[in-house]
Design a protein around this ligand. Structure first.
Ligand code: MFK
Length: 557
């Protein structure tokens, strides 16, 4: 019999995730954890077994746009894949959005909700995209205090009944671009006491949603983000016909192939202003902060999935006479990416903890300021990590990692969107600067780091604490030195933001390892902190002249 390689398999994604279990034991009150464990284990089992199998069987099936019915009526229906149909049910049944709003776990409701998602989403073909926007829409409607719209939409957005549950879109990107949203061309007109929108939305993810939040410029308003207004749109009218929305085509994307991302035009689309007729960009920012948090959690579950598959495969695959799990170089490679994944996990779930405290009304003012800046930091740092980790992970399978029907290349293709959508790394780096300029934010961030480092410095992680301290010092000195140099500040913004993001990750890794060590041997957690520190946290370059970089960047002499 010729040799046939065993494909990688998954074990229960809760039982076999020591980091998640440690983190939940450390963070959740025992009674909260005890009441949730059965559901975590159930989802961990579904994600490892039936859902993962369904996803692999359905690899080639993609959403399809049906523009016309057989009798010539324009219908613009999008047919979804079986995994997405199953995901819709699971979402409602397990409250993958709703759990955050039911507040059964009080300030821990967000940790609980995102633990559920972390366990299952890697087997749901990026159904997290509409859920992120649904969560963001519910939060935004509530935050902006529009009672009529909240009463109508929020119960559906957070519903536990699959037949009544809605999802929401977030239609921001136009042909003018995705970053500079202030260029939005959609025109809003007042008609008979209501409003209509006319324009083109160039990237609308999950176009099958029942509603969307979007931006339009009321006639006569000034240019830029302040002249835009935030609108609520239902995609179908009461009679079921499209609400002045035509779907031109679905995008042919590198990854997220199951997400029906469409180009739309709006022509006389009925819409309702959510909060006044200006400041649309500011008003949609609560949605952005929620979807950016989902983005960071998505980075963690994708890295976790990639590494879980690598770990299983390492035990099955025999090369040069021994399983890969006994090959030092292979193990070193896996340990490097696992350290990145663990760092990303801690930073992301710190954001989640603060979000839950804020929503329960229990966050201190300093914690709210901290949340403002660590949300973009988590999004930008983990997005880059997910793309790098999944690239390394598929290499760990050799050629099989590059062959589509193993399902493995999807890990990288899906991860590659994470640094792009919801604000690119550079946009998020500039958002970090914007956040740090707000009074009280920088002290809150440095206190978050220092408060932990002081506690940890005398312990067994002396070298690692020193590495973080050095990185923070460089970051602070650089920031002070470019205060009056706008070009220098902008040029270094990404390296500055990544230094802060990695410094936070290492600090949390050390803190977690110290906690684990107090409870006994903790080789994994200790190695995560040590290896992460050696990989480097500091990316500041104080001597780089912007003018030199410019010549190199543009290929001039
Ligand atoms: C699994 C994961 C799933 C994820 C699902 C994703 C699917 C959805 C796909 C998409 O929709 S991707 C498109 C996402 N688009 C973006 O993320 C936009 C990226 N661009 C930015 O974020 C720009 O920075 C921004 C549009 C905000 C810049 O626009 P402006 O008009 O130059 O804004 P400006 O003047 O900086 O800020 C306006 C106000 O908003 C300011 O407040 P004030 O008016 O009080 O001064 C800002 O402080 C505030 N603001 C901006 N960003 C904020 C914010 N406030 C809080 N948090 C933020 N993040």
């Amino acid at each position: 019999m010729a040799f046939l390689q065993d494909p990688p398999r998954l074990d229960n994604q809760y039982d076999h995730d020591p980091l998640l279990k440690e983190y939940l034991a450390r963070t959740l009150p025992p009674e909260v954890l005890a009441s949730a464990v059965e559901e975590y284990r159930y989802l961990g089992d579904q994600a490892a077994g039936p859902l993962y199998r369904l996803m692999l069987e359905d690899l080639d099936h993609e959403p399809r746009l049906v523009q016309w019915d057989p009798w010539g009526r324009r219908i613009d229906l999008i047919e979804l894949t079986p995994v997405w149909a199953k995901a819709k049910e699971l979402t409602a049944e397990h409250g993958l959005v709703g759990a955050a709003y039911e507040q059964k776990q009080g300030p821990y409701s967000r940790v609980h909700q995102f633990a559920l998602n972390y366990l299952v989403q890697a087997s749901l073909d990026v159904y997290s995209c509409p859920l992120a926007m649904t969560d963001g829409a519910a939060r935004t409607l509530l935050d902006l205090g529009n009672r009529a719209l909240s009463d109508r939409a929020v119960p559906r957005l957070i519903s536990r009944d699959p037949a009544n549950a809605w999802t929401s879109g977030q239609w921001m990107t136009e042909r003018t671009g995705g970053s500079d949203v202030g260029l939005t061309e959609t025109v809003a007109r007042q008609v008979d006491g209501g409003w209509t929108l006319d324009g083109v939305k160039w990237f609308t993810s999950a176009t099958t949603s029942e509603m969307a939040l979007t931006l339009g410029r009321p006639v006569g308003n000034p240019e830029g983000g302040r002249g835009l207004a935030l609108f609520y749109v239902e995609t179908r009218r009461a009679d079921g016909t499209p609400n002045g929305i035509s779907v031109h085509r679905l995008k042919d994307k590198l990854g997220t192939r199951k997400v029906p991302t469409a180009e739309l035009s709006l022509a006389g689309t009925l819409a309702t202003p959510v909060a006044g007729l200006t400041d649309g960009v500011r008003n949609i920012s609560s949605m952005l902060n929620v979807t950016r948090t989902w983005n960071a959690v998505a980075a963690t579950w994708l890295m976790r999935r990639a590494i879980a598959l690598c770990q299983d495969y390492a035990r099955r695959r025999i090369a040069f006479g021994r399983p890969l799990s006994e090959k030092p170089l292979h193990l070193d490679t896996l340990a490097q990416i696992a350290a990145e994944a663990e760092g990303a996990f801690h930073l992301t779930f710190r954001v989640v903890e603060l979000m839950g405290k804020k929503e329960a009304g229990l966050a201190t003012p300093a914690e709210e300021l901290l949340l403002r800046v660590i949300t973009p930091l988590a999004k930008l740092t983990t997005g880059k990590q997910a793309a790098a980790v999944t690239s390394e992970a598929i290499e760990a399978f050799g050629g099989a990692g590059y062959v589509e029907d193993t399902g493995l290349p999807r890990l990288l293709a899906d991860a590659q969107v994470l640094p792009i959508w919801e604000g690119t790394t550079n946009v998020l780096s500039l958002d970090t600067l914007r956040a740090l300029e707000k009074e009280g934010v920088a002290p809150a961030l440095f206190e978050e780091l220092e408060g932990r480092l002081v506690r940890l410095e005398g312990g067994r992680f002396f070298e690692e604490v020193k590495a973080v301290r050095q990185a923070i010092k460089s970051a602070q000195e650089w920031w002070g030195s470019v205060a009056r140099d706008r070009d220098g500040l902008e040029a270094g913004a990404r390296r500055f933001a990544l230094t802060l993001g990695r410094s936070l990750e290492l600090t949390y890794l050390i803190d977690h390892a110290a906690w684990c060590c107090e409870r006994g041997d903790a080789p994994r957690a200790q190695a995560a902190a040590r290896i992460f520190a050696r990989r480097g946290v500091e990316l500041i370059d104080r001597r780089l002249a912007f003018a030199d970089a410019r010549a190199l960047a543009l290929g001039t002499v």
